[in-house]
Design a protein around this ligand. Structure first.
Ligand code: BGC
Length: 504
């Protein structure tokens, strides 16, 4: 009897130990796999460091590179392109204006009636038609691209109501072209390179205004391409139309870039240029900015190497909407390879650009207690079902790290421009005056682009970083003005106005 009891007790003890060993083993394995994921996130966070000290180094590098790019052609990775635009609209313009806008994702045709009085609601005076750019057009031939654009304009004009007061004279057109162009005048310019996934080899080195003009003629349209400007320049002009203290414009959308008003005598590489106002808008093409101070991770290096334009647009690849989703995808893939917290490795995780930035933003901004949106997107896009809550939280953290870095770097870029033009409270890059002697003027920076206007956490991070870098006392004079999506469609407005002001 006693033996039997002891026997049972021993068996129970052994079984308990075995169960305990299994439980402990599972726990250890589980802890190990979460630790692996945690260390991927930790490394990402360290790699994406944007402490204020580092941001200030980026600010200085930006200002120095701006100087170098203005001093000589090829003096910096910042091209600092001349735009030949020196007059910005002020609201007294009148007439009917046409414009085309070729951006990164969308194409727009616009017509606008201006009365000669500043209009607080420009959106109401404009007719816009917007369509996504077909993917095959982005990689086809110059002729296909410009035929697509010309056909859209033809359809737009064909829909104009008979008997409207739209002038039937030869129409003049402004063309907002969101790629780097070396301008020869306000109405002509040679494409330097494509960005944002466009890749049409036979256009590089050609005058894009002339290409458009030929396509319009082929379609039998009596329309003259009278102005060619970068989208940043259009944005600056819209900003200026509403607020004359606007000194710079930034685009943070599919791509990113900045332009600003520069003194002619500071543009050393083009001495002798006569501009009536003594200033010129400079298109920085900041997407190509580079500095050793930029916090670069292995994910950025891989993304760059696998992109159609390696070693190019390094700043853009850390900031803009074309790329952020793909950085996050790469981190999730890495976590999935290191541990099975996301279940078996989904082949979808290896597909470049499958996670678009708007969906990444939706995961980041998911405020449901069980992160339902995150689970849905992981399931729909990557076909990873039933991701545990803890793993969903990690995905949100990854989105946060990637977005915060992007927004803070863009903020450093903006302060770099302010520093270059002496609006950062320090008296400019060469100025020796202390902050206290300076009287800070009201300084407006216009910002446009879906990433900024539709992603509130991005905006918050950017604004917070500007404050951190400049300090509250200076930052209160700097107004970051968001151009709403509807207003953004108007970015082509001013270039049509240039047609009247400068083009003739
Ligand atoms: C282009 C710029 C453009 C920016 C925003 C960049 O990829 O190089 O010219 O202004 O995107 O659209």
């Amino acid at each position: 009897m006693g033996r039997a009891v002891v026997g049972v007790a021993v068996t129970v003890a052994v079984a308990t130990c075995a169960v305990a060993a299994v439980v402990v083993g599972r726990r250890v394995r589980s802890r190990r796999k979460w630790n692996k994921v945690a260390s991927v996130v930790r490394e990402l966070e360290e790699g994406c460091d944007t402490s204020v000290g580092r941001l200030r180094q980026v600010v200085d590098a930006m200002a120095v590179e701006m100087h170098a790019g203005l001093a000589s052609e090829g003096g910096s990775k910042l091209k600092m392109l001349l735009t030949f635009v020196d007059n910005l609209p002020n609201g007294t313009e009148r007439g009917t204006y046409y414009a085309l806008h070729l951006g990164g994702t969308n194409f727009r045709v616009l017509r606008l009636q201006l009365s000669g009085q500043p209009s607080p609601n420009l959106e109401h005076d404009v007719e816009v038609e917007r369509q996504p750019i077909p993917e095959d057009v982005m990689t086809s031939t110059t002729e296909d691209l410009f035929n697509f654009i010309a056909s859209s304009l033809k359809d737009f004009i064909a829909k104009e109501p008979d008997g409207s007061n739209i002038s039937q004279d030869r129409r003049e057109l402004g063309f907002t072209f969101s790629f780097p162009v070396k301008q020869m005048s306000v109405s002509s310019g040679i494409l330097i390179k494509w960005t944002k996934g466009f890749s049409i080899r036979d256009s590089v080195g050609r005058d894009v205004a002339a290409c458009l003009q030929e396509a319009l003629t082929r379609k039998g349209l009596d329309v003259r391409v009278a102005a060619l400007v970068n989208d940043t320049v259009g944005t600056l002009a819209v900003g200026h139309y509403h607020d004359p203290d606007t000194v710079a414009a930034i685009i943070i959308g599919t791509g990113t870039n900045a332009c600003y008003l520069e003194r002619i005598d500071a543009i050393i590489k083009c001495q002798g240029l006569l501009m009536t106002s003594g200033r010129m808008v400079v298109n920085m093409e900041w997407g190509n900015f580079w500095s050793s101070h930029l916090p670069r991770t292995v994910y950025d290096i891989d993304l760059d190497a696998e992109s159609p334009n390696p070693n190019d647009q390094g700043f853009e690849k850390m900031i803009s909407g074309m790329y952020l989703g793909d950085i996050v995808r790469r981190v999730i893939l890495k976590m999935s390879l290191e541990s099975d917290v996301f279940g078996p490795i989904s082949p979808k995780l290896s597909m470049p650009f499958i996670l678009r930035t708007p969906l990444m933003a939706a995961m980041h901004e998911d405020d449901s207690p069980d992160l339902r949106e995150v689970a849905r997107i992981l399931n729909d896009i990557f076909e990873i079902p039933d991701v545990p809550l803890k793993a969903r939280k990690i995905v949100v953290k990854v989105c946060d790290v990637v977005t915060r870095r992007a927004a803070r770097l863009a903020a450093a870029g903006i302060v770099g421009i302010l520093k270059k033009i002496g609006r950062d409270g320090s008296g400019g890059i060469t100025g020796g005056r202390s902050r206290n002697d300076m009287k800070m003027r009201r300084t407006v920076v216009a910002i446009e682009g879906g990433l900024y206007s539709k992603y509130s956490l991005f905006r918050e991070y950017l604004r917070e970083a500007v404050k951190e870098i400049l300090g509250q006392d200076i930052a209160k004079h700097v107004i970051l003005k968001i151009l709403s999506l509807t207003t953004a469609a108007l970015m082509t407005l001013p270039l049509s106005i240039f047609v009247r002001n400068i083009g003739r």
